[in-house]
Design a protein around this ligand. Structure first.
Ligand SMILES: Nc1ncnc2c1ncn2[C@@H]1O[C@H](COP(=O)(O)OP(=O)(O)OP(=O)(O)O)[C@@H](O)[C@H]1O
Length: 472
């Protein structure tokens, strides 16, 4: 059943985190009438957050089903309204006007949720302007707390933010929900019974911050990378076997093949527009709309520039995955679809394990970059990776008024001499970075570093997993 009444909710998994978001929602609810937009990419937890917020409150949840006509939706919404609010008799809500007229005549405090709201653009675009009209004329006299939610970040932005957009400035707040951070994910994994810290880390490096994927772990008895791969992916009946397909096809319909190819190119390390275009055999000039969709609509890819180029019109940009699982899927499942479809999971599995240390190094770097950026944010103005045209790279550079810091990140345990060698190579790269505020400190972040204290005494910044809150 797609539309359902939020009175009694069955809790399958505990609700995690999102304290700041719930606080904001409570704040708006207390000041109703209010209008909130919740957006964020697929599976990030928008519906779950809204349901948690509605728990124990008077609320109507309307799910905008893409396959229904406006008449069917209005009829369903009307029925739901009558049932939930215990209204006797028949309410006429067969047209959007009748539905909205009735909704805005209600006087008691009420939360009204429209989930996947952007679908109205295709189903019946004038519903959006009608809602705007009712909100303008009657909203301020009501006690409604309207929440609209949608996973199509780009479309939601167009509806609510773009200049001249129909609901421009009607929303009191736009809440963009982000994936969970690594510390939260590792705690959740611990709660789900994954005892070994290395297994928790591997599972985070595989799935990233999309908690939806973690909901399968307990159900399928997975406690480490191998069991998660075997039961959730590498099996004919595995629940995540079509995940990327489902999400990409739903978002882009018939054109999904080109998007797929571009994702596969990025997963293979093609990062510039030219490299991606060559890989997918399309002219570079035809790529921008696809890349924009992958960044804005799907939210699994990001366009990044070196930290020293921020605020400039840089030509050094790279397209990179910001989602661990999509990168994994594009690289190991999509690129091996023939093997996958013919059930040769053993060969795919072998390849994944052979390459896992190197492959997961990327996700490890991303994780450490985000944790270090959080810790360094109050001391530096700009933090991020650096690279140049020649292919030199530094994993993290922090720029501040008082000087800079350059860090190399390694997904392994380092001996003292390995650490010294890395620091020496890093020092050689420092002169290549233009306009680096002096003095420049250097350092290393790794799983563990031997003789960490000695290196610190020698003036280096040394960070291990325990320092980042990821210790055993
Ligand atoms: N804060 C949370 N605590 C516990 N579980 C969560 C939380 N957020 C999401 N989940 C889990 O992840 C699943 C996916 O979340 P949800 O359906 O809310 O995502 P969504 O952003 O609405 O996705 P879509 O855009 O694909 O509809 C939920 O079924 C739930 O099991």
């Amino acid at each position: 059943m797609i539309i359902f009444i939020i009175i009694i909710l069955i809790i399958i998994m505990r609700f995690y985190g999102r304290e700041r978001e719930l606080e904001l929602m409570e704040h708006l609810y207390a000041r109703a009438p209010s209008f909130l937009v919740v957006t964020g990419r697929r599976r990030v937890g928008k519906t779950e957050l809204i349901l948690e917020f509605c728990r124990g409150k008077r609320a109507l949840y309307f799910y905008v089903d893409a396959n229904k006509s406006i008449e069917d939706l209005m009829e369903e919404f009307g029925r739901l309204m009558a049932d939930t609010l215990n209204l006797p008799g028949y309410i006429r809500t067969d047209t959007p006007e009748a539905f909205l007229e009735f909704l805005f005549s209600l006087k008691d405090p009420l939360i009204v949720v429209f989930d996947e709201f952007q679908r109205f653009v295709k189903i019946h675009p004038s519903f959006i302007s009608q809602l705007q009209l009712f909100w303008d004329l009657k909203g301020r006299d009501s006690r409604l707390c309207i929440i609209v939610s949608g996973s199509s970040v780009g479309m939601i932005r167009e509806i609510f933010l773009a200049g001249g957009a129909p609901l421009f400035k009607r929303a009191d707040n736009i809440l963009t929900l982000r994936p969970f951070g690594p510390l939260d994910c590792l705690t959740i994994l611990g709660d789900l019974g994954v005892e070994d810290p290395d297994d928790r880390l591997d599972l985070y490096l595989l799935f990233g911050g999309t908690i939806y994927y973690y909901t399968f772990l307990e159900k399928y008895g997975c406690t480490d990378l191998a069991s998660a791969l075997d039961r959730l992916l590498l099996d004919d009946l595995a629940p995540l076997r079509r995940e990327m397909n489902d999400v990409v096809v739903e978002a882009f319909g018939r054109e999904h093949a080109t998007y797929y190819e571009i994702l596969a190119a990025i997963a293979e390390g093609k990062v510039t527009q030219k490299e991606i275009a060559d890989f997918v055999r399309l002219p570079p000039t035809s790529l921008p709309p696809y890349l924009r969709d992958l960044v804005d609509l799907l939210g699994v890819v990001e366009y990044r520039i070196p930290v020293t180029e921020r605020g400039k019109r840089s030509k050094m940009g790279r397209y990179l995955f910001c989602d661990n699982f999509f990168r994994f899927y594009a690289r190991y499942i999509y690129r091996n679809m023939s093997l996958y479809k013919s059930g040769r999971f053993d060969l795919i599995r072998e390849r994944i394990f052979r390459e896992w240390k190197g492959f997961s190094g990327w996700a490890f770097e991303e994780m450490v970059q985000s944790l270090l950026s959080r810790d360094l944010a109050d001391r530096y103005d700009a933090i991020g990776p650096w690279w140049n045209r020649r292919g030199d790279e530094i994993d993290l550079v922090a720029l501040g008024q008082q000087g800079s810091l350059a860090i190399e990140i390694k997904n392994r345990d380092l001996t003292y001499s390995e650490a010294l060698r890395l620091l020496a190579t890093l020092s050689e790269k420092i002169p290549l970075v233009k306009c680096l505020p002096r003095p420049v400190a250097t350092g290393i972040a790794a799983r563990t570093v031997d003789e960490k204290e000695v290196l610190k005494e020698e003036g280096f910044s040394i960070v291990d997993l325990a320092d980042l809150g990821l210790g055993a």
